[in-house]
Design a binder for this molecule. Structure first.
Ligand SMILES: Cc1cc2nc3c(=O)[nH]c(=O)nc-3n(C[C@H](O)[C@H](O)[C@H](O)COP(=O)(O)OP(=O)(O)OC[C@H]3O[C@@H](n4cnc5c(N)ncnc54)[C@H](O)[C@@H]3O)c2cc1C
Length: 418
């Protein structure tokens, strides 16, 4: 178990390169061993241009927020992500990687016809019956969606950055509804491997892994180890980097924005301007079947409770993670930092609960986020810094987005498709 205090940034930096044959052979350092850093290392290993990758992770384990507890009685609890969507180019990209890592047999799919996909609840104690009811419901739904995905405030978040599918649908078809029906003309095209084809054929809505999400980073780390080209370092806190130098390895400090030198002040400032929220996650286990309704879970609008974000009914989509002897119900309660811990557990005395406070775990894409990220990348380009930004702070927070961002960062860094 690692205390989670570090912000979700991953940087890929080129350390040096030596010219061999017609292409430069490179050593690349990857800072941060969350799913973003692991994915970047995985794609770097696919390139013949890269001879060595050095992956530096501050904590004692790889995977970042992909973190599962496997109890000795067979029960599995997720502290971070619990389901990955197979949809779209980014979903296929992740499934292609899962296939390549040999994890296909480990997949636990949940189809669209499953009760967990059909029923997703909003907790509303009362909805006023008046002519404004549709507007009120739409407001409640958007508010809850922003809280469910970003643990954030819908009045501040940018639709373009947080929900690019909705934004592109609206831009492409002139209406979100039409865009969603007719397709938003997705820019990225990823060919589907066997697992992605299967997900389409069997109509998966989401998937997990038999031994929990943590199996995913574990499999990537093992794959990197076996490649013989990656040095994996745990408990290696990066404290300073020099993105203009070649061949130097980094001495070390604390906050990420302080790892950049003074010459990168505009970049440092913009990194600091990306705020993030803290989420508390409480895993609960009850004996017996205690749920009054079946579904994925329920989101809680801020009008009902500012602190409570929602409750996921984990044992409905993934009963395979229940302990095998006897019936149990597993739930995950997610709260933001306006709810005191004692409030969220005081009303229940379940036989098992485990709670974690994840500091600064979800970056907030406020208005102007898109332009800020463009500007940061512009600064890197204009100053010829051997540096690339990837991870959940920039191009999407879902596991799929972060993996795809790792791939894009590597392609930009090497100037070639991997
Ligand atoms: C509670 C929760 C539930 C979620 N649920 C879902 C879900 O169901 N589905 C979904 O798709 N997504 C979900 N997400 C989002 C997704 O899990 C994250 O966006 C993603 O895992 C972030 O990956 P990352 O590699 O960018 O960052 P991180 O996982 O934060 O990894 C960054 C790594 O960098 C390391 N590090 C930081 N600073 C330094 C330093 N100076 N030197 C060396 N190492 C450093 C950290 O220790 C960490 O391991 C969830 C997130 C949370 C927090």
């Amino acid at each position: 178990m690692c205390p989670k205090t570090a912000r979700a940034f991953t940087l890929v930096t080129l350390l040096d390169f030596t010219c061999v044959c017609s292409w430069p052979m490179r050593t690349v350092a990857v800072l941060g061993g969350g799913i973003g850093g692991l994915a970047a290392s995985y794609y770097l290993c696919k390139s013949p241009q890269v001879t060595k990758v050095i992956l530096l992770e501050a904590s004692s384990r790889f995977g970042g927020w992909l973190w599962s507890t496997r109890r000795s009685d067979g029960a599995v609890f997720e502290h971070g992500p619990r389901g990955i969507r197979p949809a779209g180019a980014v979903g296929s990209n992740t499934l292609n990687m899962v296939d390549d890592l040999g994890l296909a047999e480990e997949i636990l799919p949940v189809s669209y016809s499953h009760v967990a996909s059909r029923n997703r609840y909003l907790y509303c104690s009362c909805v006023c019956v008046c002519v404004c009811v549709c507007v009120q419901l739409a407001d409640i739904a958007v508010d809850s969606l922003c809280r469910g995905v970003f643990a954030g405030d819908c009045r501040k978040l940018s639709v373009r950055s947080c929900f690019p599918v909705l934004y592109n649908a609206e831009q492409h078809r002139g209406s979100i509804v039409l865009g969603m029906l007719l397709g938003s003309g997705e820019a990225q095209v990823i060919s589907r491997g066997p697992l992605a084809k299967r997900s389409k054929k069997e109509s998966w809505a989401q998937w997990s892994l038999k031994r929990g999400m943590q199996s995913f980073p574990e499999a990537i780390a093992e794959n990197l180890q076996q490649s013989g080209r990656v040095q994996l370092h745990k408990e290696a806190v990066v404290k300073q980097i020099d993105p203009s130098a070649s061949g130097c390895l980094v001495p070390l400090f604390t906050a990420l924005s302080s790892v950049l030198p003074r010459s990168c002040q505009p970049l440092t400032q913009q990194l600091q301007d990306i705020s993030s929220v803290t989420v508390a996650v409480v895993n609960l286990e009850y004996d017996g079947a205690i749920l009054p309704v079946m579904g994925f879970g329920h989101l809680v609008p801020s009008s009902e409770d500012r602190g409570l974000l929602g409750v996921v009914y984990d044992s409905v989509p993934f009963p395979q993670h229940n302990r095998p002897d006897g019936q149990t119900t597993r739930l995950t309660v997610q709260t933001n930092n306006t709810l005191r811990h004692s409030q969220c557990v005081s009303e229940v005395t379940p036989p098992e609960n485990c709670n974690q406070l994840f500091a600064d775990c979800i970056p907030q894409y406020y208005e102007g986020h898109f332009q800020r990220v463009e500007s940061m990348r512009g600064f890197i380009r204009n100053n010829n810094l051997a540096l690339s930004l990837t991870g959940s702070c920039y191009d999407g927070v879902s596991v799929n987005d972060v993996i795809f961002s790792g791939r894009t960062a590597v392609e930009e860094l090497l100037g070639t498709v991997v």
